[in-house]
Design a protein around this ligand. Structure first.
Ligand code: SF4
Length: 227
């Protein structure tokens, strides 16, 4: 697989936020979200065999634990990724995959928790989520919306209701978009949408979703990679 980096940090998002996690960040993405903080994954990286990747995961987390497959868009390397995730599960790791849901997800191994980032209108990549993937969602999966303004919020709220997401998956996450060029200050002023504003909208509408903050950007400099 083409790999940008493998590193250990605290999980910054999802319901596992705050837990120690090994991140396997694959190279390449077919989308171009305007607030993307991972553009360095679009090209480059290095070719690694599944064996080499497993060795690196085991070196970083020898006692098992949480592994997140992310990118870029990891499902672009589906042919090699699916057996790799199965190997991780067989080795006793708990495996998450972060994906946009633009590629088919039905063949992701059942034990893998899918965190599906449905793109909102102002991401620059609206309508990229493949609606047939709704049928591939399992009760342990999570669906995330990165929200940069009121239009995005209304899209996420309406999508959640229309597709009964709260009944389909373990958690629905509404996360304020971060400034792409954020660096230095580790606080909410770096968000494109004030988390307080998003929280107030969610409370007013009684939305069955949880507010998610990218906590790694409040712990380390938001410009820092590999954390
Ligand atoms: S899908 Fe993810 S990696 Fe790709 S452009 Fe969007 S935010 Fe960046």
């Amino acid at each position: 697989m083409q790999v940008t980096e493998i590193y250990k940090s605290l999980q910054g998002e999802s319901t596992r936020a705050g837990l120690s996690c090994v991140f396997v960040r694959l190279t390449g993405c077919n989308l171009r979200c305007f607030w993307c903080d991972s553009e360095y994954t679009f090209t480059g990286g290095r070719r690694m065999t599944a064996e080499e990747m497993l060795d690196e995961v085991a070196r970083l987390s020898p006692k098992g634990g949480l592994v997140e497959i992310t990118g870029g868009e990891p499902m672009l390397q589906e042919r090699e990724l699916l057996p790799f995730m199965k190997r991780l599960l067989d080795e006793g790791y708990r495996v998450l995959i972060e994906t946009s849901g633009e590629r088919p997800l039905a063949r992701v191994p059942q034990g893998v928790v899918k965190i599906v980032d449905v793109k909102c209108p102002n991401s620059g990549e609206p309508d990229t989520f493949d609606l047939t993937n709704l049928d591939a969602l399992l009760p342990h999966d999570e669906v995330k919306f990165v929200i940069s303004d009121r239009d995005d919020y209304e899209f996420a709220r309406n999508f959640l209701v229309r597709h009964h997401l709260a009944e389909r998956v373990h958690a629905v996450l509404f996360s304020p978009a971060f400034r792409k060029d954020a660096s230095g200050a580790r606080d909410a002023r770096q968000c494109l949408l004030d988390p307080q504003q998003l929280a107030e909208w969610m409370l007013a509408d009684d939305v069955p979703a949880r507010l998610g903050l990218q906590i790694h950007k409040f712990i380390w400099d938001p410009a820092l990679k590999g954390v």
